[in-house]
Write a protein that binds this ligand. Sequence first.
Ligand SMILES: Nc1ncnc2c1ncn2[C@@H]1O[C@H](COP(=O)(O)OP(=O)(O)OP(=O)(O)O)[C@@H](O)[C@H]1O
Ligand SMILES: [Mg+2]
Length: 506
Amino acid sequence: MSDLVRMTGIDKHFPGVHALRNARFELQPGEVHALMGENGAGKSTLMKVLAGIYQPDAGKIEVAGEEVTVAGPRAAQALGIGIIHQELSLMKDLTVAQNIMIGREPRKSFGRLDEGELNRRAAAALASIHMNVDPRTPVSELTIARQQMIEIAKALSNRSRILIMDEPTAALTDSEIAELFAIIRVLKSEGVGIVYISHKMDELKRIADRVTVMRDGEFVGTVGAAETPVSTIISMMVGRALTDEAVRVPDLAHAPTALEVRNLSRGRVIKNVSFTLRRGEILGFAGLMGAGRTEVARAIFGADPRDGGEIIVDGQPRNIRSPREAVQAGIGYLSEDRKNFGLALGMDVRANIGMATLKRYSDGFGRIDEKGLAAAARKYVASLTIRTPSDRQEVRLLSGGNQQKVVVAKWLLRDCDVLIFDEPTRGIDVGAKAEIYRLLASLAEQGKALIVISSELPEILRVSHRIAVMCEGRLTGILPGGAATSQEDIMHLATQRDTISKEHAA
Ligand SMILES: Nc1ncnc2c1ncn2[C@@H]1O[C@H](COP(=O)(O)OP(=O)(O)OP(=O)(O)O)[C@@H](O)[C@H]1O
Ligand SMILES: [Mg+2]
């Protein structure tokens, strides 16, 4: 049987970047083929070449045994190639149905849009992934996770026989991931070939048949998923073995309190949350999706109004009503939705890193000390290994994971005393994750107080000195960090739903 896809000798240059060097990739029908590699390794670029979004400088693409030129996205569609992009590419102002059917809108006579049919076809696509949403809903009203599901419905409704999924689960909940995997299994059984890009190592064993690893734009190897240990795949990715240390919990009994939150509340999403955070401490925030962790962060940061509660920074009560006031009080927040709140995509790396710190680099007359800013930017580009040809590169041209590192750099440069990291390693590769964990630990050692929100329990356990657990807007408990706490202990508190009787008792 011939391969469904065979890419060989693929080369691609961007200005200043040799993104693909003699890369290759093969896909069989009915196969889930994982494509792995560090941030910037060239995964998305290789798949964009297959999907007709980029033209390669050299190389050969065969589909079902025939050499093809994929001249553009429409040509790709005609060849049965569908792609779900890493960056959500939906039109926010259009409805769910308009997005799913874009470019394929059903017409009545005289070319008039057949709106009823449009919504019916979209509804069928949504039903095929068991998604319960009115097709007429504007996409802007959906959460990121649900937007991701719309992307999937859109790609599936094209009847693709080759389906590329670029980090489809980065923003999905566990149950949505299970749902997606069920859909993938059905597609597999129908002979669809699936390219699966992810940084989540556990997903390999759950869903992939084979794994191809790329490094620096080059092909490293293709191996079977079941018989290859994860550690082997990691060393193929990073070119060395990674050692992962456990968290070391410092004794902070005498450390001053950096932040105290008392009875924070907001509608039904935050219910009387109180905790303290010491200098040098990393307080993890665990909980299921929707438990209220991001809401707490946003309320502390002044991004959302609060109904009640006190925020005391360094012993001083602070009436924080906006992010600006939060930053003035020494609090920084690294949002989970970096696309919308963290980055100016059209600006360069240097400007983005300096964005929260411009005052320090300006002379008060609107003139910026570009030299100082450049030096600071380059320092972080090096220490966080941000892959970019220079600090003048526009952020939108960086790979997904490297964009995230730019946001991290921005807040590090701002030098806040209290830093809130919301899902800091989402989309970040294993090697860079380890770097970020070390960085969090060293920030704490320098006396900063950190809150780290994460949906990944191993990550919470890996970084936290103490672990606050939330469920349905309440803080259900604070656990010690380190070996004293297990994933089960956290899950127990994360599912401790409020009962009526408890509310009466309180
Ligand atoms: N349009 C572009 N212009 C310039 N450089 C680009 C462009 N697209 C990608 N690159 C660069 O090509 C390299 C490969 O990027 P790519 O997005 O393929 O990485 P990736 O493996 O998907 O990484 P990640 O895991 O972070 O998503 C990176 O150095 C990136 O900055
Ligand atoms: Mg990518």
